[in-house]
Ligand binder design. Structure first.
Ligand SMILES: *Cc1c(COP(=O)(O)O)cnc(C)c1O
Length: 432
């Protein structure tokens, strides 16, 4: 048994790419055999309390009886059919739900395969829209530094140029216009300076800009920063004033994570185009969606192509839609509101780290807790400490952060917080 295990891990290291991983010096990957609720079980027998919700997605916990049941039922009926010329109940139910729950005005839904694809679709919608309007020169994107929108090329072109190492791809990739990171934090007093700089960029570039894309309130993988809701309001105002579409990328923030069902609600803003993903299926399968207004859909449909130019093979996959429907039904029961509120209040305990000499900043919003260190940590060694302590937390760069499944108990959450407090006392956790 032990030999098989060793061989599997070696095979994995030698032959399988993991996210953002070297093939010559891969970090060790832990082999999972089960996951249930908030507990991930490793082949070696350790049980880990999950602090990551598998990258924002597993909001109701693993192996959820109702999502399992919905998927079993769907498997026995139909797992997949092409979406060209055919439709089905899971897709219809899903789109009904999404239109009803998202901010006003978004009533056309494109079901995509992953978050990055949903962003590609949003960008293509914006470009086709302006082309149809007889303004093909509006063909660039504008965004802010510090963002993350996915790993495909158009999505990469609006990710932070430094984090995203744009220089590696520069001959191939579209050039976007970048505004500075929003400076004011979520709770800080509002300062007009942020929007003055933004307006100057709109004024200079708007004739070439098809859309402004931004993650509402929380910049996720680009640095886990929470910015002021007034900034998002200004984005909406400037997009209207300068005839630019607003794309809200709620792939990470959607479905309750920030304390509102959608982070746009913190600023009372409706975008023209909305991207959803990650938690959409409760973390069961890859699925995403791009919603837009009737005006955008109608304009595209009256353009030269007469159709929207996108249609993936697995579009609207019934099994993924059925998982999403079960997950959204759980959300609409409403428990998430007090779950996220109670996580947010327990996470306040992280603030005792604010005075720690190695800690640069602590921030909490909804079910997200972030400890930003003064220097980058070594992911492999810090992760090994966490596993020994019975928790699954995977830091990146200077950020040690948690965003647990909403169903985590207070004791489990306190264990995660305690583990973070302990781990930053170790001397071998720093990257060289
Ligand atoms: C994760 C993420 C994406 C990309 O989604 P994938 O499913 O990984 O392609 C895009 N935008 C944001 C804000 C994300 O957090």
């Amino acid at each position: 048994m032990d030999k098989i295990h060793t061989n599997d891990i070696e095979f994995d290291q030698q032959h399988i790419w993991h996210p953002y991983t070297s093939m010559t010096k891969p970090l060790p990957a832990y082999k999972v055999t089960r996951a249930e609720g908030v507990t991930i079980t490793l082949e070696t027998g350790e049980q880990l309390i999950d602090g990551m919700a598998s990258w924002w997605s597993v909001v109701h916990g693993y192996n959820h009886p109702e999502i399992n049941q919905a998927m079993h039922a769907q498997i026995d009926a139909v797992s997949h059919v092409m979406f060209g010329g055919l439709t089905h109940q899971p897709a219809i139910d899903l789109c009904r739900r999404l239109i009803a729950m998202t901010p006003d005005g978004l009533d056309k839904v494109f079901i995509a395969d992953s978050g990055s694809v949903a962003v590609e679709v949003a960008i293509k919608m914006a470009l086709q829209y302006w082309h149809s309007k007889g303004k093909p020169e509006k063909s660039k994107l504008m965004t802010v530094h510090g963002g993350y929108h996915g790993d495909t090329f158009a999505a990469m072109s609006v990710c932070d140029p430094v984090n995203g190492m744009h220089q590696l791809f520069q001959g191939f990739m579209a050039k976007s216009v970048f505004a500075p990171k929003p400076k004011q934090g979520f709770d800080q007093p509002w300062d007009e300076q942020d929007s003055i700089v933004l307006e100057q960029l709109f004024a200079t570039h708007h004739q070439q800009i098809a859309a402004f894309i931004i993650e509402p309130i929380v910049q996720g993988a680009g640095g886990m920063r929470f910015y002021h809701p007034q900034y998002l309001k200004q984005c909406r105002l400037l997009c209207d004033k300068y005839d630019v579409l607003l794309i809200a990328d709620e792939i990470a923030t959607g479905f309750g994570r920030t304390g509102k069902l959608f982070a746009c609600e913190h600023a009372n803003v409706s975008p023209d185009i909305l991207c959803l993903g990650k938690a959409l299926t409760g973390g069961y399968l890859t699925l995403a969606a791009t919603l837009c207004t009737k005006e955008i859909a109608d304009t595209i449909s009256q353009g030269e192509a007469g159709v929207f130019m996108h249609g993936p093979t697995f579009m609207g996959n019934p099994l993924a839609c059925s998982a999403a429907n079960a997950s959204l039904a759980l959300l609409s029961a409403g428990d998430w509101q007090h779950q996220v509120a109670s996580i947010e209040s327990t996470l306040q305990a992280l603030y005792t780290l604010s005075d720690h000499p190695d800690v640069a900043d602590v921030r909490v919003l909804g079910a997200i807790g972030v400890v930003e260190m003064k220097r980058p940590v070594d992911t492999a060694s810090i992760q090994a400490h966490f596993v020994k302590m019975g928790v699954w937390i995977r830091p990146f760069g200077k950020l040690v952060y948690i965003m647990p499944p909403y169903v985590i108990s207070q004791d489990e959450l306190l264990t995660l917080i305690q583990a973070i407090k302990q781990v930053i006392e170790f001397s071998d956790i720093w990257a060289e």
